[in-house]
Design a protein. Structure first.
Length: 579
């Protein structure tokens, strides 16, 4: 599955922003086209140190293009320009203001990007559109940062201090832009295990209480039957009545014994439930919640904010699970007018709730393509047979097909997942012996088109790499949570503007053909083609060596060290010449 259509442009931000003076001037022009003053002026009622918020936000957007990493660096660098106004405290106040609706600002500028692209026939792309969800680790260095905790790094398997950044991106056929995001922390596997133990104990206790209530009712009935049988013997002694009495007595004794057993079981389950609850209390008191001790959590920065403030809403999101947050984002962006052909996710985000949400949104017009874990999930085939996802390739092995174009084998299976109609595609790349599973709700999609569409998901990985490397997204050192939200939003605004700048100056999409208009851009295209050949050689090597190419690409795009080394293999002299 070749990813070069997306990954070949990963170095373009470096080319664009390498000339600070030229870039700052160009970006100022782009800011005028975006009419940022209009959007920023919505917050002017929140003046800081007597300075309009719109003026301060303009400087924050331009900050990285003056080759300074922070507000502090700006004021210690000795740069003198009329653009900069006020003292540094004014900028800090803006970033720490919990009443600024950064989410609304980001979606508004994303809509502005779409408007500017759509109004120019040279910039419109008629390709497939997609809403993409993915998360990335933002590493932090201070345990006193508000809401920070240790989160799992799936690449290294270690727990690292920081946040998980969940991003909703929109691919319009040529560019990806961020629409929304949320920050998350993780309570830890031990806390989750204790919660499961307590929940299981509570369920067992509830079940025993119901059985005990039923047993008490049964014993009462048996006791009445025994009294009635005893009365019959007293009034009419005889073999028949004696037999009835003996049966009633046996039934009564059995019911009483069952009640005694359930009462003992109830006592045991109560103790188990109490102990499970005590374990959770001890964990909160002594053990590490979010990977931090009680003392470390108490030492974290705390800020009093109004319950209905934007800052408080973002704070509450940190403890919401990422699936719930993803579904809320999906509804928000669709409501804002970003209706795509597909939603693309990796296996971590696949769930029935997502399928159900897409079925109900826009009459099911938005289709899902997602990687799925091959575990014990149950699917129902067209004939009505329920089977675990692990067994389906064995059952449908005779339906295996070959794709010469993608050098792969695949099995297409029509199924239902909890009542929702889907198609499953089991895939083996090259000489790999491992199956990968893609699921789609687009029942008319063939295998090649499925793979070409799913590869669009890699564009969000490129977004993470570029944003971290060139826009320093997530590098905020502030102890206030609001500042981290502000910093990430500003970086995303910069990315949107750079994407537009690149779209206007570096390519014009007419019939999906890029027209380069200068010698430098021809040279940059040569670099892109060399990188494309590089990916094809790697794919050929993986196929011949029996290495799973899909897993290899995941490793490349998720491993910062490996990715940086790969970038260094590019002809740097050509990149510098282009810049």
């Amino acid at each position: 599955m070749q990813q070069n259509k997306i990954t070949k442009d990963f170095s373009e931000l470096k080319i664009i922003i390498s000339d600070s003076e030229k870039m700052t001037s160009s970006l100022t022009d782009v800011m005028k086209v975006f009419n940022l003053k209009k959007y920023f002026s919505l917050f002017n009622q929140l003046k800081s140190k007597g300075i309009k918020v719109s003026n301060l936000l303009n400087i924050l957007v331009l900050l990285p293009f003056y080759n300074v990493a922070s507000i502090y660096s700006l004021y210690t660098s000795g740069i003198k320009t009329p653009d900069f106004i006020g003292q540094k405290d004014a900028y800090y106040d803006i970033k720490n203001n919990e009443n600024i609706n950064w989410r609304q600002l980001l979606i508004s500028l994303s809509k502005r990007f779409r408007y500017l692209v759509n109004k120019s026939t040279n910039l419109i792309s008629n390709g497939t559109t997609a809403i993409i969800f993915d998360d990335s680790l933002l590493e932090k260095t201070g345990k006193k940062i508000e809401k920070v905790g240790f989160v799992n790094d799936h690449v290294s398997g270690r727990f690292i201090l920081g946040f998980k950044l969940l991003v909703c991106g929109f691919w319009d056929g040529a560019s990806i832009i961020p629409l929304d995001f949320s920050l998350h922390r993780e309570k830890g596997s031990k806390q989750g295990k204790l919660q499961k133990e307590y929940k299981k104990a509570q369920n067992n206790l509830l079940t025993t209480e119901k059985l005990l209530e039923k047993a008490q009712s049964t014993l009462k009935i048996k006791e009445e039957q025994l009294i009635k049988a005893q009365y019959s013997i007293d009034n009419k002694p005889g073999k028949s009545n004696q037999t009835k009495y003996d049966k009633s007595k046996l039934s009564f004794d059995k019911a009483k014994n069952n009640l005694d057993i359930l009462q003992k079981e109830l006592s045991v389950n109560k103790n188990i439930s109490i102990e499970a609850k005590q374990k959770i209390k001890r964990y909160y008191a002594k053990d590490k919640l979010f990977g931090l001790t009680t003392k470390e959590r108490q030492a974290q920065h705390k800020k009093e904010v109004a319950k209905r403030s934007c800052g408080n809403i973002r704070r509450r999101e940190t403890d919401i699970d990422k699936i719930s947050s993803m579904l809320k984002m999906l509804k928000r962006v669709v409501k804002s007018g970003f209706v795509a052909d597909y939603v693309l996710t990796d296996s971590w985000f696949f769930c029935f709730d997502l399928l159900k949400e897409l079925r109900d949104l826009k009459n099911g017009s938005i289709k899902l393509i997602s990687m799925v874990r091959i575990n014990n999930q149950l699917f129902t085939d067209i004939s009505g047979r329920k089977m675990p996802v692990t067994k389906i390739p064995q059952i449908y092995q005779k339906h295996t097909q070959h794709s010469r174009k993608l050098k792969s084998q695949y099995i297409k299976v029509a199924c239902f997942y909890q009542g929702i109609r889907v198609n499953l595609f089991y895939i083996k790349m090259g000489k790999s012996t491992k199956w990968h599973l893609l699921l789609t709700t687009d029942l008319n999609l063939n295998f090649v088109k499925l793979m070409e569409t799913y590869q669009i998901r890699w564009s969000i990985e490129v977004f993470f790499k570029e944003s971290k490397q060139y826009l320093k997204i997530g590098d905020c050192k502030s102890s206030t949570f609001d500042a981290h939200i502000a910093d990430i939003t500003v970086s995303m605004i910069q990315y949107i503007m750079l994407s537009y700048f690149k779209r206007v100056n570096y390519m014009q999409s007419i019939g999906n053909i890029f027209k380069y208009v200068s010698k430098e851009l021809v040279e940059m295209d040569l670099v892109s083609r060399l990188l494309e050949i590089f990916w094809e050689l790697i794919e050929l090597f993986c196929n011949n060596a029996g290495i799973d190419f899909i897993l290899f690409q995941e490793e490349v795009l998720s491993n910062d060290i490996f990715f940086t080394k790969m970038v260094s293999l590019l002809p740097e002299s050509r990149l510098n010449k282009v810049a």
